[in-house]
Write a protein that binds this ligand. Structure first.
Ligand code: SF4
Length: 355
């Protein structure tokens, strides 16, 4: 039986690939038990952080990420949209807050923001933050000056994923290097923002690549506060459209290993959640996932409808994590909890807690 409390639960930056592979090789039940023990050392196991994502500029991206329907190089039928107006973004943020989100993430399909774009995106940050929401952006690569400008505007988090292991990376994208990605993460840190960085599972990588990705993330000078683990969404027209389906247990293993290696980070169920049934999502929570995107479409791929999420939360006795930096946090949490209890009035709703 693994001794989680003695062996795991501390933040470490010296993970070897073999140590990570050894975690992946654990029997499934032992791995989940260990991950859950680590999870309980740092988090309330029945709280999940809820973010909403808004695509502020969609499609026509010059990069060649082989999984992405937003790349201009692939014909996926995606409708391109210009950069949204600041007021329209603020309107979306207001609606997200009303439906209970505590963090509002804004994504633009760019290689990196241009000079002319920076004035708009910094204004978006200021106005969304003024609503009492945490702010996150994903805009591609950032120079140190751009990172400083976003931090000065009040941006809390910046998302930039490493996608996969350094060795497999060249199979997935050729228009920016792994080093470019690490430089952006280091510029974000140096500017004082929190880091959201993770990867994608199901790209055709092997377990050693999943181990390599997680070792890269955990061994960063400071571990990312937020670690999205995406499951590939196979979009027709992209080069990965016909990839083999991933064994769902491999995905859950990856969540559990991420939880053990980055014990204080929020591990997020991100793209691909729509393809997961309730049982798989609840296994992911048991493995240590404690953040989801809620309600909105996840950039350009579907996300389960908001009330289905709330019904699952209610069935599992999970409550949304509160955001502690604003006076109106209680109002936000109350809104979300009201939605959960509304679900309980549904005649078909099964309340496991009362069974
Ligand atoms: S993942 Fe980002 S950078 Fe890559 S093609 Fe899609 S939008 Fe562009």
């Amino acid at each position: 039986m693994p001794q989680a409390s003695a062996q795991y639960g501390e933040v470490r930056h010296d993970w070897t690939r073999q140590q990570v592979l050894d975690l992946f090789a654990m029997p499934f039940n032992d791995l989940l038990f260990t991950a859950q023990q680590v999870h309980r050392q740092h988090f309330d196991p029945n709280r999940v952080q809820v973010s909403t994502l808004c695509s502020i500029k969609t499609g026509a991206c010059p990069e060649d990420c082989t999984y992405c329907p937003q790349s201009a190089r692939y014909d996926t039928g995606l409708e391109r949209e210009k950069l949204m107006k600041v007021e329209a973004v603020v309107e979306e943020a207001r609606a997200a807050k009303a439906s209970g989100a505590t963090r509002f993430c804004m994504g633009a399909a760019w290689r990196s923001p241009k000079k002319k774009d920076m004035a708009y995106v910094t204004q978006m940050v200021k106005e969304v933050k003024a609503l009492g929401l945490e702010t996150c952006m994903t805009l591609g690569m950032l120079s140190d000056d751009q990172a400083k400008d976003l931090a000065d505007a009040g941006l809390d988090y910046y998302n930039h994923n490493l996608d996969t292991s350094p060795e497999y990376y060249g199979e997935i994208i050729t228009t920016r290097t792994y080093e470019d990605r690490l430089n952006t993460l280091s510029n974000v840190r140096a500017a004082g923002m929190k880091v959201c960085a993770g990867g994608i599972i199901g790209l055709g990588e092997g377990e050693k690549d999943r181990a390599g990705l997680l070792a890269q993330l955990a061994n960063l000078p400071e571990q990312p506060e937020s670690v999205p683990i995406n499951m590939l969404v196979k979009v027709a027209g992209t080069p990965l459209a016909n990839n083999e389906d991933l064994d769902p247990f491999e995905f859950i293993r990856c969540i559990a290993v991420a939880r053990i290696m980055m014990p204080k980070s929020h591990v997020r169920l991100s793209a691909g959640r729509e393809a997961m049934n309730d049982e798989m999502q609840s296994l992911a929570f048991l493995a240590g996932a404690n953040s989801i995107f809620y309600g909105e479409k996840l950039l350009t791929t579907g996300n389960p409808e908001a009330n289905k999420d709330m019904q699952l939360f209610a069935r599992l006795g999970i409550k949304p994590e509160e955001y502690h930096q604003h006076e109106d946090e209680a109002e936000v949490a109350a809104g979300l909890e009201a939605q959960i209890s509304e679900q309980q009035n549904d005649p078909y709703f099964y309340d496991a807690a009362k069974a």
